[in-house]
Design a protein around this ligand. Structure first.
Ligand code: NAD
Length: 498
């Protein structure tokens, strides 16, 4: 049994609140540790440490701050294998997928190494007679990030890397379901030369989240998780005068046009629908074939592929996907499949009763595939977050465009077609934040920004890329006039105001 406390003032500390919760190894179903749940007082200790350390860090020149990030990247690279193994065991995803989780986070830390350039301000010479105007970007002070279970490396890295590179001190509240990797990242940051107090990790639940949202010294909060909590965090943080960017759930559609390469589309649906057991905010959970012939041909390709998906323990290199994160989540996903059947959708592949031999207590489910799902059904409206793909048949392109555009969520969407005109029209008109054209999971690279629309995102700036630099800094604009100066030569009479 591992005991996980907090990381405050540059070191691991044990929890003092007396409250803890268990975390699991989903592939066996065993409890592997207990993680402390911080109190308001423990958060305050982290904030005090952060507040004391931040001014000196902000005064460290940006090139030196970038060097700490570079060293941090070097240390992560040396331990990618062990980090991925820990991540896979706590989360349930496969080891190659866990490496992807780390890699997509690393890319944002790499972007943050460009901080000397990214922080450059604007300058106008001669904005008026003898007047120059310029803007500078200054860190906010102490900022916080609250992150979900499904990317325990990537999302903490998306938050902490730009925040710290900008000169802030950061408080991370990771998911209590897989706390190991975020704690290790904090240790690696220290080894990389980050001053104590600049990165603190407080583990916990609603109690510590509320304490973060109410703490007057925390100036900004970045959240990623489910939409109801995202909305709650956004409203409480902003009511308390903080900056907030809160990203929520998703229901990502993939449109398959009649001219699409159906083998490519089926491959894309299998990977994006079932990879990581569907526990990705950019997973494709709705396939929309256009026209009956497309739908029938697509189903013929999908059914055998879903039936032969290889579910396995996270450490099996040949597994397509592993177990779900907890028993409670697995039961929730199964109950959505029951609901779909009751609602009248056609369950053409049923993975509900899958059992993993030798791992009978693990949180496994086989892939499920629904045909003839309609927009009125709850399995269409709500995020399931499991290995369940719903097929909604659209009569024509206009109907296919309307479905993701009218859906409550608006994170990602994809279109498969060989027609540039249809693809271009779709990308322009669809009411969703991130679009893939013959790309199923269009997660933008680190130097672009990531953010969903509608119920998938609350706030006005996206994650990573240039928006992250804007979010974690405030702009100061200076108007400067030097009416006379030394160039007029030495003055021998006493200076007076001119
Ligand atoms: P979650 O909302 O349950 O938890 C997210 C964070 O909020 C965790 O740190 C958790 O401890 C905290 N939390 C949970 N309940 C809370 C409460 N009542 N009050 C205050 N804080 C609370 O989400 P999850 O299950 O960890 O993650 C899965 C969700 O995250 C899915 O909906 C998925 O789509 C979403 N997600 C979104 C993105 C994105 O960028 N849009 C990325 C990854 C995951």
């Amino acid at each position: 049994m591992r005991e996980v406390g907090h990381f405050i003032g540059g070191k691991q500390v044990s929890g003092q609140s007396g409250r803890t919760t268990e975390f699991f190894q989903p592939m066996t179903g065993e409890v592997i540790g207990r993680v402390a749940l911080a109190s308001k007082d423990e958060l305050r200790q982290a904030v005090e440490n952060a507040k004391a350390a931040q001014p000196a860090w902000a005064a460290t020149n940006p090139q030196r701050r970038a060097r700490v990030m570079m060293k941090f990247l070097e240390l992560i690279a040396q331990e990618t294998d062990s980090l991925a193994e820990m991540l896979a065991r706590e989360h349930g995803k496969t080891i190659p997928d866990a490496k992807g989780d780390i890699q997509r986070g690393v890319e944002v830390a790499e972007f943050a190494c460009g901080i000397p350039h990214l922080l450059k301000g604007e300058f106008t010479e001669g904005a008026g007679p003898g007047i120059d105007m310029y803007s500078i970007r200054q860190p906010l002070g102490v900022v916080a990030g609250i992150t979900p279970f499904n990317f325990p490396a990537m999302i903490p890295l998306w938050k902490l890397s730009p925040a710290i590179a900008c000169g802030n001190a950061f408080i991370l509240k990771p998911s209590e379901r897989d706390p190991g990797v975020p704690m290790r990242l904090a240790e690696l940051m220290m080894e990389a030369g980050l001053p104590a107090g600049i990165l603190n990790v407080v583990n916990g639940d609603k109690e510590v989240v509320d304490a973060i949202l109410d703490d007057p010294d925390i100036k900004a909060v970045g959240f990623v998780g489910s939409s109801p909590i995202a909305q709650y965090v956004y409203s409480r943080a902003t009511t308390n005068g903080k900056r907030a960017q809160c990203f929520g759930g998703a229901k990502n559609h993939m449109i398959i046009m009649p001219d699409a390469d159906l083998d490519q589309a089926a491959d894309a649906l299998i990977g994006a629908g079932y990879g990581s057991a569907g526990e990705r905010c950019m997973a494709v959970s709705v396939a929309v074939p256009v026209g009956k012939a497309t739908a029938d041909a697509l189903m013929d390709k999908l059914i055998p592929r879903v039936e032969s998906l290889k579910v396995g323990p996270s450490t099996d290199p040949s597994a397509d996907f592993g177990p779900l994160v907890t028993k409670a989540h697995m039961e929730k996903v199964r109950s959505y499949v029951d609901l779909g059947v009751q609602e009248g959708a056609k369950l053409v592949v049923d993975g509900r009763n899958f059992k993993m031999q030798g791992y009978e207590n693990g949180f496994y489910m086989g892939g499920c595939l629904f045909d003839e799902v309609t927009p009125e059904m709850r399995i269409y409206k709500e995020e399931i977050f499991g290995p369940v793909l719903s097929v909604v048949r659209a009569k024509n392109y206009d109907e296919a465009l309307r479905l993701p555009s009218d859906h409550e969520y608006g994170n990602g969407v994809a279109i498969y077609t060989r027609d540039g005109d249809a693809a271009r029209d779709f990308a322009s008109k669809v009411n969703v934040g991130m679009v893939g054209i013959n790309v199923p999971i269009p997660v933008p690279l680190a130097y672009y920004t990531f953010g969903g629309w509608k119920a998938s995102g609350f706030g006005d700036l996206n994650q990573h890329g240039p928006d992250a630099i804007r979010f974690y800094t405030k702009t100061k604009t200076v108007t400067s006039r030097w009416p006379s100066g030394i160039k007029e030569g030495a003055e021998f009479s006493i200076p007076t105001m001119k």
